[in-house]
Design a protein around this ligand. Sequence first.
Ligand SMILES: [Zn+2]
Ligand SMILES: [Zn+2]
Length: 140
Amino acid sequence: MPQYATRQRKALLQFLQAHPDERFSARQIADALEPEGVSLSAVYRNLAALETQGMIRRAPKGGSNEVFYRFTQADACKQHLHLSCSQCGKTFHMDVPATNSLAEQVAMSADFQLDRESTVLYGVCGACANEKKAEKYRRT
Ligand SMILES: [Zn+2]
Ligand SMILES: [Zn+2]
């Protein structure tokens, strides 16, 4: 691989690593990496490569056709479930005991083995819930 391509991939990975709990579209990443001379087409290319390597993961966003990506902390994140806020898109890492007890509940009551690695629970995070409350308060 040519030198500049390695550098671009590194910049992209570092950017996602620096924001592990957020998701980004290719365009957002390209905007953020523009000062480093990474083009949108390079972002698309590298995202595809990193996804194949399992370094990043697609994070679909409700109501949007755009594809979003986030960094996966490969090992730790295999052990627990993830919560995704459908308002701000942040990912929350459930702790392992909570994940285990939920998985046990599901296994017992539904005779079903959860696939922890690819299960994401959607909802609204505390910060967004508070914001909504505040908004309601302002309006009334
Ligand atoms: Zn995690
Ligand atoms: Zn949120």
